[in-house]
Design a protein around this ligand. Structure first.
Ligand code: PLP
Length: 436
């Protein structure tokens, strides 16, 4: 560990790096690109296409609710937007996010961190796993778990260690038990968790629990991957929200550098633009950038430029106001779905009210021995209802009575009917039981 500033320690994350990430060498072309900007330099480096051959003359964007205000990419911005860019992302956009992270998470300038951009947070999560794990390594994963991550971990042969979560988020007692009774040869170096409005449970981790988990991370020497894809859709009043792992780590542990945080623009600006942000210790961010330059070169210049122009127009305050409006939109949906569930699902399912995000996690009260996968596959189609059975969120693929229900797109007037159809699935399962 190195020391920066007065009494704060900055963890050296390279001690936990994987073997496989060491094999990536700097991209021969991309490592020279920053030098092109030096005054007087004649660059014959990159095989960049000549933008004169591109068919676009303008990109203009009109914004909702702004009296027809248009954002127009001017000539310089347009040529940058249509051209290859740097593997870590557009430097101005990175700066914008770094400033946002200072504001939102209160992190200091001297804590050895940086941001980079990816084609969605999913790509960045996958890359950071490559930085810290070798194929087959054990990984601690909050369960129920997001299948988008469990899926690639399983395919890479990782040992998935389920750490349970409940209405207060990831359970530190379960985590401590797993770590203190660990008998495997290799110890887990990574905990993957979704702290706000988890996919699939909709529950958030409390601040006291986050503090306990951070202490365990220090004691047992692992990194925390904080996937906060729903962090901007928190229904709590801003003054009551739990601070992030990134915000808390210095206060709790007197060190920084153990948290890698993933933010996503997918749920608040556009999922099709594919923009995600990684914030974490500089050496780890540099390794992610190295993987990018070797694999898919860079995140999209075009959508980064669209985002940058929008954010420069909004400013940080405007961006955060937009997120508050989006959170309020989903909070109203959650309340409407909760009212429909109260009406039709009482006695047929149990649930906790989601505190953020887009999902209800229902436990169907099915006859013993029945599970939600089987009930849905037998009767879901016939009853006109689709939802995701719990088994999809259990990394080790046990059957379960749970169901993930997304209320993000469902018009309020269809919520009652959706709940009525779920109720029918449960009633039919019992009827079938009696007929047997
Ligand atoms: C928990 C979680 N993490 C990450 C992602 C991927 O987000 P992105 O669109 O930024 O890649 C999703 C998408 O649904 C998600 O639910």
């Amino acid at each position: 560990m190195g020391s920066i500033g007065f009494d704060k320690t900055v963890l050296d994350p390279t001690l936990l790096f994987s073997k496989r990430v060491q094999q990536y060498e700097p991209g021969a072309i991309r490592s020279l690109l920053p030098l092109e900007a030096l005054p007087g330099m004649i660059s014959l480096v990159a095989g960049k296409p000549n933008p004169e051959t591109f068919p676009f003359t303008e990109i203009s964007i009109s914004l909702k609710g702004s009296d027809g205000h248009m954002i127009v990419l001017e000539e310089d911005q347009l040529s940058e937007a249509l051209q290859y860019g740097l593997p870590g992302g557009n430097p101005e956009l990175i700066k914008w996010f770094e400033e946002l992270q200072r504001r939102v998470h209160g992190i200091g300038d001297h804590d050895g961190w940086a941001c980079c951009i990816g084609n969605g947070s999913q790509e960045l999560i996958h890359r950071v796993f490559q930085v810290f794990t070798d194929l087959g390594d054990p990984v601690l994963i909050e369960t129920p778990a997001y299948p988008g991550v469990a899926g690639f971990l399983r395919a890479d042969g990782h040992q998935l260690i389920e750490v349970r979560s409940d209405a207060e988020g990831l359970n530190p007692i379960d985590l401590e038990h797993i770590l203190s009774t660990w008998s495997g040869k290799r110890r887990p170096r990574v905990l993957y968790t979704i702290p706000t409005g988890s996919n699939p449970t909709g529950q958030s981790c409390t601040e006291p629990r986050k503090a306990q988990i951070l202490r365990l991370a220090r004691q047992f020497n692992f990194m925390i991957f904080e996937d906060d894809a729903y962090g901007f859709l928190d229904f709590e009043h801003p003054s009551c929200r739990a601070r992030s792992y990134l915000a808390l780590e210095s206060e709790v542990n007197g060190e920084t550098g153990r948290v890698l945080r993933f933010d996503s623009l997918s749920k608040i600006v556009s999922s099709g633009m594919r923009l995600g942000i990684l914030t974490g210790p500089l050496p780890a961010v540099q390794k992610v950038i190295r993987i990018t330059e070797n694999i898919n070169l860079q995140p999209s210049s075009t959508t980064q430029m669209m985002a940058l122009t929008l954010f420069n127009h909004w400013g940080h305050a405007g961006f955060l106001q937009h997120c508050e409006r989006a959170a309020e939109f989903y909070r109203q949906r959650r309340d409407a779905f909760a009212a429909a569930a109260e009406r039709y699902l009482q006695g047929r399912a149990t649930w906790e009210l989601p505190s953020a995000g887009m999902f209800f996690w229902l436990t169907l009260l099915l006859p013993p021995g029945r599970d939600s996968f089987e009930v849905l596959s037998r009767q879901g189609r016939e009853n006109g209802i689709l939802a995701i059975p719990g088994v999809a969120f259990l990394p080790n693929q046990r059957t379960s009575c749970q169901l993930r229900v997304s209320y993000s797109l469902l018009p309020e007037k269809q919520m009652a009917e959706a709940c009525r159809r779920i109720a029918k699935l449960v009633d039919n399962a019992w009827r079938f039981e009696i007929l047997m």
